[in-house]
Design a binder for this molecule. Sequence first.
Ligand SMILES: [Zn+2]
Length: 572
Amino acid sequence: QRSLAAGRGCRTAQSVVPRREPPSFPPGAGSRLPCPAPAPPAWLEIPVGRNCCSSLLSEQTLSPFQCQFRCCLPLPQVFNDPIHGHIEIHPLLVRIIDTPQFQRLRYIKQLGGTYFVFPGASHNRFEHSLGVGYLAGCLVRALKERQPELDITQRDILCVEIAGLCHDLGHGPFSHMFDGRFIPLVRPNLKWKHESASVEMFEHLITSNKLEKVMEDYGLVLQEDMNFIKEQIGGPIDENTREKSWPYVGRPKEKSFLYEIVANKKNGIDVDKWDYFARDCHHLGIQNNFDYKRLLKFTRVCEVNSQKLICTRDKEVGNLYDMFHTRNCLHRRAYQHKVGNIIEIMITEALQKADPYFKIEGSKGTPYRISTAMEDMEAYTKLTDHVYLEILHSSCPELAEAREILRKIERRELYKFLGDTHPEKGKEIAKVMSPKNPPLVEPKAEDFIVDVINMDYGMEEQNPIDKVLFYCKADPTKAVRITKEQVSKLLPETFAEQVIRVYCKNQDPDTVSAAKQYFIQWCIRRDFTKPQDCDVVAPHLTPMKKSWNNIQEAECRTAAEPSCKQRLPFDE
Ligand SMILES: [Zn+2]
């Protein structure tokens, strides 16, 4: 068996060599198939062929009904995943995987520009999506097994798995670089999120590959289940129902917990995170200290205000704090690495310069740009990280400027990092400033890049654990909340902070040195925190600010006479 990176695990082998050994499904795995039913469902009439398996299935793993029709059963496919090991994927999910819209995810790096800093981080959205589909199935099955009274059906399980598999279909080139940097830069008035593109791409995947019939053949109720899957990915479908007590149409209130598995809008604890923690850490070479398998064992559903919601055992609260701490560490060390970020800023700039000249053919032959491709899913299917190489290898004169930026990345002639600072509480910068309009207007505004990063526990200022429900051993049916004070005194006081990083495009050492002085002066004026190296790079400036030096006012030099030669332009 080959690993995922090299291609798919067992599939090729399965279709060529008949397996002799009994299958390794756990008991009950066969029950994923919609059965029993009075007559064989339509999917059993799929011509016997690539999945014929009459000699393979042991009688114990199949219901009598399945034994009767066993030679026609499409088997789950086994994939060898580096994170979760050998995982079984339902044949309907395999049909979804084997489409151009899903295969596109092979060509989108999970961590975008971070791969230019961490040489192992070359993994793509494709394998992450398989992992989330698998973990979604694990969680929903664990709940079904533990609490049969929840009435989780095979249809529910299949829909949750499909939602996990398809939740990231709408990502653009270099993942979060596209919706976090490129789109806000080139279409500042467009409110666009990759989640809504995932919903649209999922719909396009099903219709353009004519999978409606296949879905029905596997027991799904098309309209209802399509809605349910889309709602799990993008939230309520109808904007008008958002304010209602139950905003969803795919499943009733009694199954509210199903909406918390793939993308948990309440507290952010979901299988998407579980997969990317494990996978990103593996590829980054960073230790992962969060164990989702343990959490899986301590998850239950309790009824709260007539809704049934996912709850965690009270003693696991510390592990949940650790989970958010791990997330924050990953952001600091990898996702927001200062070099990775500047490379993403440079790629974004290159895509912006290439955008007017870049044609992607959509439906009915209509041409789209990089910035408009998401308006047509046929065009968007063709938009992946490949744009980088297309620009880099092009000889078209219109792309010369964009090409030169990418060549700079290849030669590692990166924009220079000047330093970072934190604004005081209440002085946060409202939004990321575009390189066209930085606050540092003189002497050469176009040399400066300001990158504003908002770091939090996923819920801005709020503590996500305040939104988590717990149950205790004494009465596992009752949901309770646990405050931070009940856990430890050594937990964060605040849950969000802003980091402002400033870079200089000009590589000339004198200009970089001057730019550093301006940056420090800017921090003094704005009352931001002291840049870490400023006592060394600007010892003549730092004494001006009392609070930076922990000394009495009288000892400070006056800030009215800065020692910088040029006029400092950093007015409020
Ligand atoms: Zn994801």
